[in-house]
Design a protein around this ligand. Sequence first.
Ligand SMILES: Cc1cc2nc3c(=O)[nH]c(=O)nc-3n(C[C@H](O)[C@H](O)[C@H](O)COP(=O)(O)OP(=O)(O)OC[C@H]3O[C@@H](n4cnc5c(N)ncnc54)[C@H](O)[C@@H]3O)c2cc1C
Length: 388
Amino acid sequence: MANRVVADNVPVWEAEAVPSGGAGYPRLTTTVDADVCVIGLGGSGLSCIAELMRAGSRESRHIVGLDAGKVGSGAAGRNGGLLLAGTAAFYHDAVRLFGHARARRLYELTIEQIAAIARETPDAVRRTGSLRIASSDEEQVDCLAHLHALRADGFPGEPYAGPEGTGLLVPTDCAFDPLGRLRMLACRAADRGAQLFERSPVTDIGAGEVVTGAGRVRCERVVVAVDGRLSRILPELRPRARDARLQMLATAPTTEISVSRPVYARWGYDYRQQLDSGSLMLGGFRDAGGEEEWTDDSTPSNVVQTRLEAFLREGLGVRAPITHRWAATVSYSATGLPVLEEVRPGVVATGAYSGTGNVVGALCGRAAARLALGERAEMADLLAVTAD
Ligand SMILES: Cc1cc2nc3c(=O)[nH]c(=O)nc-3n(C[C@H](O)[C@H](O)[C@H](O)COP(=O)(O)OP(=O)(O)OC[C@H]3O[C@@H](n4cnc5c(N)ncnc54)[C@H](O)[C@@H]3O)c2cc1C
């Protein structure tokens, strides 16, 4: 890239997704009342709202959703578009780290959630399966251990050897258009009566109210469904949720390569997929940026973008021009498991998906809705227990 960082920082999904539909949603400039106020209109916030509306069919419930930017303007609309089962840890590692029963149930729930996402927004999802490709002999051994653990518990997985390399194939994983899905979910929520506001950054969450730059929401309960910069809204989570920058690039449509299903490699650091249009998307190399990638700055950096481009040209042999470069912020937890709990009276928080929040975030968003309604949520119970 001749040491130049593109200025626009726009994800390829803006070119792929259905248009947002007119001017979008208004800015909050007055005081409104709500039963539940959901902060964050990404995948977890909109899944939370969908669940609240579903639960609300029995009794009328007023829901307000707020976003600092636009629907999907955080990581949720700017990511790699992989829908992978499991948590951030590979399945065999999850069994070791979190206990067998807990890891197994979490994996089951994520497989079910991928199917739910595909049912909910079929136009945004491609049922492709995914490939984990080994980058070394050591990683190939780990892929076999990963595969063995999946099969031992009856989960789908097959050994893989093909043009991408060797590793394992998980047939139930999917690829999706994250921004397109979010726009569909927002539209549906608004049609069903949720009041959505964009360009309304939350500056304070007080007793019974949420304050934005120019307005406020008087509400009984609040859900904070924000992955990147979670601890800025809720500083008490700072020790548990650390911001990180993840980066990607995309090319013009190309036939130089055919990537029929999403691939993740090098211990999950690097990932790619090719869209129906032929555009190739490549993400990763966060480790190449070192400590500087632990930041809430969502601007693409030279170091990581240069590595991505080198891999595109030299590793994959693709010469197609690069059309998009972008970055976004996520949060990592120390345990690899997300935050999902009532952090203040009446305030439920979910986030810190450690780089893999498309599926777990949707699950946690729905569970956060249940917690906000004073109900139990299996996901919250699973995340709270100690390893068996
Ligand atoms: C480059 C990249 C690639 C990735 N690839 C994958 C992948 O392939 N598969 C996968 O599972 N995960 C992936 N992830 C992680 C995944 O994108 C995130 O974990 C997930 O999308 C988080 O969604 P969210 O709705 O919880 O939060 P976010 O999208 O982080 O936040 C939701 C919304 O909150 C809003 N917000 C923030 N602060 C405030 C405030 N103060 N007031 C009001 N609103 C606020 C933001 O504007 C945002 O729209 C990737 C992430 C990145 C950055």
